[in-house]
Design a protein around this ligand. Structure first.
Ligand code: ATP
Ligand code: MG
Ligand code: MG
Ligand code: MG
Length: 562
């Protein structure tokens, strides 16, 4: 591409509202421009990186047996009402009406659409398993859009969904997807870790996040310094330590954060109302301990937990208040009876904590199944404690350390959550109707782009790894007004492209200083400069990453570049 004809508006100044490196550099190097808060245009260079990442993802998805399709971003409310998420998703779901006053949503995710699609077409076990994916723009009205592409309100996601007749088949595909994700992020050059994710009520080993290690990450990872153990502690911006007491109805909590912050500090740190911060209460009801997790402002893809979190249940101290809690409406869960169903909620909460924070899916390190008294004793409720830096790792190997991470991917065993609510059934070998077992798998494509920029830069600008660089070579003619230089550069532009290199050709009549500064800022892996020695057929090669330079004769150029 000739730079004179492209659209690469570079900036010398650091944009005032860009706090982190990747955001600053993607703006300065002319890869993106902001339109509204959390809404960006991808300029030609940004678009090319996006396509590179997408190409890698497509290869790995196809290798894992997934097939591409494209679903609508404009989604009818009826589907979301069927799944119940119209009521539970909250303000993050962008909603709108058509001219006939019918409700729609802009797709924040596509479980509903794909479940309806597959339900209507697939009736027999013979057609399963099936893995479908798309790469598409998603919309989420994030409370705090920030850090450029890292948390947008409109962003590009790859989302895949799998449909199965058995748990074994789901497990198999889940493992393949996990591998595919590791390949994608490895090929993108990222320093990442797969971690046991916040699983809500779903069970810790059934979901993993892929975290790019970075100080600007919004998640905290607990990992072992001596093994592969790693878990997201996002369930625990506030840590709760339980103390056992036989006093009924007394909340038995001490609240502190990993950094020993007060709930006020946590509230202002997270910019959420105090009553929406995590709070866990331990009650004794009818001779049983009941733990209620109260938490808001947290996206868990699980209606029950989400609804529980939305219930504003704070500091229940009296029997009357406790009773009120038991009767409370919690969204699609319906009215809660007394007292078993409260215990069910409590079990979810315990499970969420046990899996998401104690985090382990190793035997003896979490509560399997999570039925009170069967899988763990009530006493263990009281012993429940969030993992902390310096703790021994749950796998017995090494010590727990904390690190910050950017969630670039998330794989999830959904089970029958959507097929049951939306009636996605198939006939099994014995002619019986069964709900399809599902998995879902997301990659933040535009977030991945920003995460790469965050990991690959220096004081002069971006430093793209070859696999995702917008072009391989930045070809610069120092002074295109000099015939020798322009001619040689023009020739090389043709020749290098014929050899299969992707070339950005700076043919502009700009001062050399401007061209070199722009070139460093844009950060292509190799620069080829055609300057003073053009008449001898000699050009300079510069490796962006190391700064090494070398003069070569054009006859040797392609060999040297390979
Ligand atoms: P987060 O915890 O960062 O809000 P999420 O858990 O809500 O992300 P998922 O529902 O798991 O996101 O979506 C799959 C992937 O989409 C995420 O792993 C992430 O890479 C990407 N993603 C989610 N929200 C955004 C966003 N606002 N901007 C850019 N990418 C996003
Ligand atoms: Mg989110
Ligand atoms: Mg998340
Ligand atoms: Mg996620």
């Amino acid at each position: 591409m000739k730079q004179s004809m492209s659209f690469i508006p570079t900036l010398r100044e650091v944009p005032a509202d860009a706090e982190i490196k990747s955001h600053q550099l993607l703006l300065r190097a002319g890869f993106i421009r902001q339109n509204a808060s959390g809404v960006y245009s991808f300029l030609p260079l940004g678009k090319r990186v996006l396509q590179k990442i997408e190409a890698i993802i497509r290869e790995e998805m196809e290798r894992a047996g997934a097939v591409e399709l494209l679903m609508p971003a404009l989604q009818q409310a009826e589907l979301w009402q069927e799944s119940g998420r119209w009521y539970s998703y909250g303000p993050e779901l962008m909603r709108l009406k058509d001219r006939h006053d019918r409700d729609f949503a802009l797709g924040a995710t596509h479980e509903e659409v794909i479940t309806a699609l597959v339900r209507d077409e697939i009736k027999s076990y013979k057609r399963l398993p099936l893995i479908l994916y798309q790469i598409q723009t998603k919309f989420r009205d994030e409370k705090r859009p920030r850090f450029g592409l890292l948390r947008g309100r409109e962003f590009v996601m790859k989302d895949a969904y799998s449909f199965h007749t058995s748990q074994e088949s789901l497990d198999e595909v889940y493992n393949k997807m996990y591998e595919a994700y590791a390949n994608v992020f490895r090929r993108c050059g990222l320093n990442f870790r797969a971690v046991i994710a916040d699983s809500g009520a779903m069970g810790g080993k059934d979901t993993h996040e892929f975290m790019v290690l970075s100080d600007v990450g919004e998640d905290t990872i607990a990992y072992s310094d001596a093994s592969d153990y790693a878990a997201n502690i996002e369930m625990a911006p506030v840590i709760v330590t339980y103390e056992r007491s036989d006093e009924p109805y007394e909340p038995l909590v001490k609240v502190h954060t990993p950094e020993q912050k007060s709930i006020e500090e946590v509230s202002s740190f997270l910019n959420v109302p105090k009553e929406k911060c995590i709070k866990s209460l331990l009650f004794k009801v009818d001779g049983r301990f009941v733990l209620v997790l109260v938490r808001g402002d947290h996206e868990v893809n699980e209606v029950k937990v989400k609804n529980l979190l939305e219930a504003t249940i704070v500091e229940l101290a009296t029997p009357e208040e406790t009773k009120k809690l038991m009767k409370c409406e919690v969204g699609s869960l319906g009215p809660i009876g007394v007292p078993e169903e409260v215990t069910v909620i409590a079990d979810h909460a315990v499970k969420a904590i046990a899996n998401g924070v104690c985090g382990a899916n190793e035997e003896h390190y979490h509560y399997t199944g999570v039925n009170a008294d069967r899988d763990f004793s009530v006493q263990q409720y009281a012993d429940l404690r969030f993992i902390q830096e310096g703790d021994p790792s749950p796998d017995g190997k090494g010590t727990i350390r904390f690190a910050r991470g950017i969630e670039v991917g998330h794989v999830f065993k959904l089970g029958t959550r959507y097929s049951e609510t939306m009636n996605a059934m198939y006939l099994d070998e014995n002619g019986r109707m069964q709900p399809m077992i599902m998995g879902c798998y997301g990659i933040g494509v535009s977030r991945t782009l920003a995460a790469i920029a965050e990991q690959y830069n220096d004081e002069h600008g971006l430093v793209w790894p070859v696999a995702v660089a917008p072009f391989h070579i930045h070809l610069i003619s120092v002074n295109p007004k000099i015939d020798d230089q322009r001619q040689l550069a023009d020739d090389l532009y043709e020749k290098l492209q014929k050899e299969g290199f992707e070339v950005l050709y700076d043919d502009r009549a700009e001062r050399p200083g401007v061209k070199f500064a722009d070139s460093d800022l844009i950060g292509l892996p190799v620069r080829v400069t055609v300057g003073k020695r053009a008449s001898e057929g000699i050009v300079e090669i510069k490796i962006r990453r190391t700064g090494e330079t070398e003069e070569v004769h054009v006859s040797q150029l392609t060999e040297t570049l390979r």
